[in-house]
Ligand binder design. Structure first.
Ligand code: ADP
Ligand code: MG
Length: 250
């Protein structure tokens, strides 16, 4: 499980739609969503609350079936194993930091010495040196999300899929986590699909930004972010991109 090379398949969404039916009526949560994420690419999906971001996340993760269209490869096939990070940390409270990170490796029957070595690597990668024996309840929100990220990376996923992963932490922690995920992406060359409602976050992180609008949730524009990193929101180029995204969302 080497770190550092882009691997895995291209993720392709083709004409994905989702309708929720209930006794009170039906909701077209997504309509005709098509885009691709290439191996090693960092794509941010941004849009207002209710535009179907979590629905799309759940479909890509394989938790939900689309009503129309296809997602390739499917999660159930061997080619696409995923590391998933939710907004709420979803850690196992009865396991230590190390135990949480090891979880997926245990499921895959990876040899114990390999598990130990890789857990240590990941603890260092996400900046949790010294906390390997700690329990989640003793950690801050930002630290918990670092554990969730390390746990997601532990199975060497071909896609890292994150739904508003930094929404529950304070602004300062959020900025640090943003820097972290960029460093991690640079080091591991993971393919990332990162969902956020925060325009600044999307422009700061993404190689490309998929902008969605709502009723029904659909793609408004896909924007290449041609800015070198680190990106400062105070530059005119950043400001222009911000306005361009905002135009769709207002
Ligand atoms: P976002 O994550 O962008 O805020 P969601 O994907 O959560 O958007 O929701 C998109 C739309 O689909 C909303 O109108 C929401 O109320 C509706 N919706 C989401 N999940 C369900 C569900 N399980 N049943 C019915 N409607 C749903
Ligand atoms: Mg959501």
């Amino acid at each position: 499980m080497a770190l550092g090379q882009a691997s895995g398949n291209r993720l392709e969404l083709d004409g994905v739609g989702k309708q929720y039916d209930s006794p009170g009526g039906s909701i077209q949560a997504l309509a005709d969503v098509s885009f691709e994420v290439s191996p090693g690419e960092f794509v941010c999906l941004v849009g207002p609350s209710g535009c179907g971001k979590t629905t799309l996340f759940r479909i890509v993760a394989g938790f939900e079936q689309p009503t129309t269209g296809t997602v390739r490869p499917e999660r159930t096939t061997e080619q696409m194993n995923m590391g998933i990070v939710f907004q709420e940390y979803h850690l196992f409270p009865w396991r230590t930091v190390g135990g949480n990170i090891r979880f997926g490796m245990e499921q895959l029957d990876i040899p114990t010495d390999k598990q130990r070595e890789r857990t240590q690597q990941l603890v260092d990668l996400v900046g949790l040196e010294g906390f390997i024996e700690s329990y989640p309840k003793s950690l801050s929100g930002g630290m918990k999300q670092r554990v969730a990220l390390a746990r997601a990376l532990a199975v060497d996923p071909s896609l890292l899929l994150m739904d508003e992963p930094f929404s529950a932490v304070d602004a300062q922690t959020r900025r640090r986590l943003q820097e972290n995920i960029l460093d991690i992406q640079e080091e591991t060359r993971k393919t990332i699909l990162f969902v956020t409602h925060d325009i600044e976050e999307a422009i700061k992180l993404g190689d490309r930004v998929v902008v969605m609008d709502k009723n029904p949730g659909q793609i408004a524009e896909v924007i290449d972010i041609d800015l070198s990193r680190p990106r400062s929101r105070t530059t005119p180029a950043f400001g222009n991109l911000y306005e361009r995204v905002l135009d769709h969302i207002d």
